[in-house]
Design a protein around this ligand. Structure first.
Ligand code: 0L1
Ligand code: MG
Length: 262
């Protein structure tokens, strides 16, 4: 680690302010080039602590940059994680205000809801499937606080992996009955298909992503609690949205999720 506790808290305040009063900022490694992943996750945890101190509940986690499409899109090669706060969630078929965001993009995902805690190291796909209560289709709305969505991995981790909003569908699937690897997903904007993919785009199987999350959290002495909602990562590249856009995501066997940006 290269940052002092004072610097970690100052960066957390800086990045959280950019989220809450939406405005873009320079990536944090411009000013702190020696920052490493430990520093970055410490900043992310400090943002989380600021929210919890104000009464915000953390409802789950997200994995990001888990597909080749996303890694290529952002020019990086390692998955990252972030947390999901209660106010990030928006209802299915509801509206999302772009005035609360900087430069949102949407991506199609499969969300896991756990019935048992998952703890690494050594967490594997079998443990994830056994601990999963159900899966539901989800659209994540990412909104990097960094200018032009340009960042490096350390900066994006500090910025809570660009988390901002998410919408889930209501059709619950049993992972034992579904072929999550071959599940097709279609992302439409204003009635046009923009992206499509299958569950296997996420590290070969979306449950692998959840196991990886448990193992990454274990490095910081943390676990995935029972009852968490976890976004396993985008099956497709992310597409930009603006006011007036309608988004529909259809997941094979799991119905659809929709939202309108206003
Ligand atoms: O959920 C994601 O894959 C995004 C992770 C952060 C990188 C980005 O903002 O694209
Ligand atoms: Mg995502």
């Amino acid at each position: 680690m290269s940052l002092t506790q004072e610097q970690i808290l100052a960066l957390a305040e800086h990045l959280e302010n950019a989220e809450l009063a939406p405005h873009d900022v320079k990536k944090v490694t411009d000013d702190y080039p020696d920052m490493d992943f430990h520093d970055a996750y410490a900043v992310q945890e400090a943002i989380r602590a600021r929210k919890e101190a104000r009464g915000t509940r953390i409802v789950g986690m997200k994995m990001g940059l888990t597909s080749r499409a996303k890694m290529q899109q952002m020019g990086v090669d390692t998955p990252v994680y972030g947390f999901l706060a209660d106010y990030f969630e928006r209802p299915d078929s509801g509206e999302i205000k772009v005035s609360e965001l900087i430069h949102p993009k949407v991506e199609a995902e499969i969300a896991f809801v756990t019935k048992k805690a998952l703890r690494g190291p050594g967490c594997h796909v079998g443990a994830v499937l056994a601990a999963t209560d159900f899966v539901i289709p989800a659209v994540e709305i990412i909104d990097s606080r960094y200018e032009n969505f340009r960042f490096d991995l350390v900066s994006v981790v500090a910025d809570n992996a660009s988390s901002s909003r998410f919408v889930t569908g209501t059709t619950m699937g049993d992972p034992a009955q579904l072929d999550l690897r071959n599940m097709g997903m279609v992302l439409e904007k204003n009635g046009q298909i923009m992206e499509l993919g299958a569950g296997a785009a996420v590290l070969g199987h979306p449950a692998t992503s959840i196991a990886m999350l448990a193992n990454m959290l274990a490095e910081r002495g943390q676990e995935i609690p029972a009852g968490s909602l976890i976004l396993s990562g985008a099956v497709t590249a992310a597409i930009p949205v603006e006011a007036g856009d309608s988004i529909v995501m259809r997941a094979q066997g799991l119905g659809s999720v929709s939202m309108r940006f206003v």
